[in-house]
Design a protein around this ligand. Structure first.
Ligand code: HEM
Length: 462
């Protein structure tokens, strides 16, 4: 039986324009934020590089993380999310004006955020919420405006049921709104309360925003591109609810061995183990959907990105469970190992899924195909680059932690990690070159005047 992802009607022109605009905007931020990432990475092996305050590590690091999170990944996945919601609801997007206003707000937040952080104006060392409140408010407005368009579209759907993708997408918007409000409540902004809220915020920004949006996108794109229904709707629902049960508590695993109550830390560890349930349910569902169609994956431009995304979802999330155990956290906490984990998940999983969905769905919306050569090079440079990045920091970070545990002088840990930081810069440079190729393909899929090529290899069935 066909599901909502497989049924197709021509894309509404306005929906295609929106999808293209969100993708172009996200790509600009990907280039800016990761050019900064490459510079940051070279500051580790060459600490005297670019020491001007405006180019200092402390300011640029926050611009990189907020730029990748809110300028790139949020906008790319919202663009995909708006398109997926409309398509799986069987109508053109309702409330396009809200969606355009959201795109403006995302960009105002990202521009003001980058400028203020570089001027040293910030909210203190609150990871991923370093923006001052009058900048962050534009981001919250963007989330609410996108949510209005998405919920309004689902409410007007012609499909009888709400397709599983939309559970995840709507879940992301509802939970992120709660998250934004909770993290702004003033009486938790000091002392231990602040630490607990910080753990809640930073981990759920990843888990309930990016993870939900990416999973929702896969639940649409995978059946669409494979031209078969998702293996199990029930596994999708199980993944949704267990994610919702376990994720909100696990943030405290970032603060083990701190004055946060011991029982709360233990609860965070237990729930981190519980996260294996949604991760196994989701990964199993996706792999079983693909089974027997690997030839189609091999011939596709988009599917390999989604497959790498699923693999990193499984590896990165399972790694997170293991990392939360106290015995291992005592070695890895505060080392570069954690940064490897962040890029396994935010890059290997989230970014690859966003690319896969864009390559798979944008040409269907605009009727313009990307270059398969550029997409192939993009795929291999990014896959090899991020794998070098993650492996180098996993090894380097472990040695760093062992040096500290042995009580070696701090400089010994710096000397031991230095070659691995250099390897990270090499992997990071490959990733950045991949982003330039992606930008070229985004140009071909949007602005370029080219003949539509519906029969291209990898084009998903209409
Ligand atoms: C060319 C690609 C990239 C390079 C070279 C790069 C490099 C870096 C560097 C050098 C840091 C600072 C690490 C430290 O403090 O030790 C960092 C942090 C971070 N980056 Fe990237 N990055 C890239 C892409 C991305 C993307 C696309 C995302 C998200 C979508 C991302 C998310 C993060 C996060 C979350 C952190 C904080 C890590 C933590 O503290 O655990 N990065 N990155």
């Amino acid at each position: 039986m066909m599901d909502a992802a497989q049924r197709a009607a021509p894309t509404d022109h306005g929906d295609a324009e929106l999808f293209a605009a969100f993708t172009i905007s996200a790509t600009v931020w990907l280039l800016i934020a990761t050019a900064i990432g490459v510079l940051l990475s070279f500051k580790f092996p060459y600490p005297d590089l670019a020491t001007n305050p405006y180019l200092s590590f402390g300011r640029l690091r926050a611009i990189h993380t907020n730029g990748t999170f809110y300028g790139f990944a949020s906008v790319a996945l919202t663009g995909v999310g708006l398109y997926v919601t409309a398509r799986s609801s069987g109508i053109a997007l309702w409330g396009k004006g809200y969606a355009w206003a959201a795109l403006w707000c995302y960009n105002i937040a990202a521009v003001l955020g980058a400028i203020t952080l570089d001027l040293g104006i910030n909210n203190g060392d609150q990871e991923y919420r370093e923006w001052v409140w009058w900048v962050a408010i534009f981001f919250v407005a963007a989330v609410v405006l996108s949510a209005i368009a998405i919920v309004g579209t689902i409410a007007k759907r012609t499909e009888r049921y709400i397709y599983i993708s939309n559970w995840y997408i709507v879940g992301a918007y509802i939970f992120t709104t709660i998250l934004a409000v909770t993290s702004a409540i003033p009486f938790y902004q000091h002392g231990l309360g602040q630490v607990a809220v910080q753990g809640f915020y930073m981990h759920n920004a990843v888990g309930m925003w990016f993870t939900f949006l990416a999973l929702g996108a896969i639940y649409y794109a995978l059946p669409k591109l494979l031209n078969r229904p998702i293996y199990s709707y029930a596994l999708g629902v199980l993944g949704f609810w267990t994610n919702l049960v376990f994720y909100p508590i696990i943030g405290a695993h970032h603060f083990e061995f701190t004055p946060i109550p011991w029982w709360f830390q233990t609860l965070a560890i237990v729930f981190s183990v519980g996260m294996l349930v949604p991760v196994f349910a989701g990964t199993g569902n996706f792999v079983l959907t693909i089974r027997g169609r690997w030839e189609r994956v091999r011939r596709s431009m988009a599917l390999p990105f989604i497959v790498v995304g699923i693999a990193y979802y499984f590896l990165g999330s399972s790694q997170g469970t293991i990392e939360a155990l106290r015995s291992l956290q005592s070695i890895w906490h505060l080392t570069s190992y954690t940064v490897g984990h962040s890029h396994a998940t935010m890059y290997g999983f989230i970014t690859f899924v966003a690319w896969g969905c864009i390559y798979g769905l944008l040409p269907k919306a605009t009727g313009k195909e990307p270059s398969s050569l550029a997409a192939g090079l993009h795929f291999w440079l990014a896959t090899i680059g991020v794998t070098i990045y993650v492996i180098a920091l996993s090894i380097g970070g472990t040695i760093q932690g062992l040096n500290w545990a042995q009580g070696d002088p701090f400089i010994t840990s710096v000397e031991s990690a230095a070659p691995y930081w250099m390897a990270r810069s090499i992997g990071g440079t490959m990733m950045f070159v991949a982003h330039l190729l992606f930008a070229y393909n985004v140009y071909l899929m949007t602005f370029a005047r080219r003949k539509p090529n519906p029969g291209a290899i990898g084009a998903a069935p209409a």
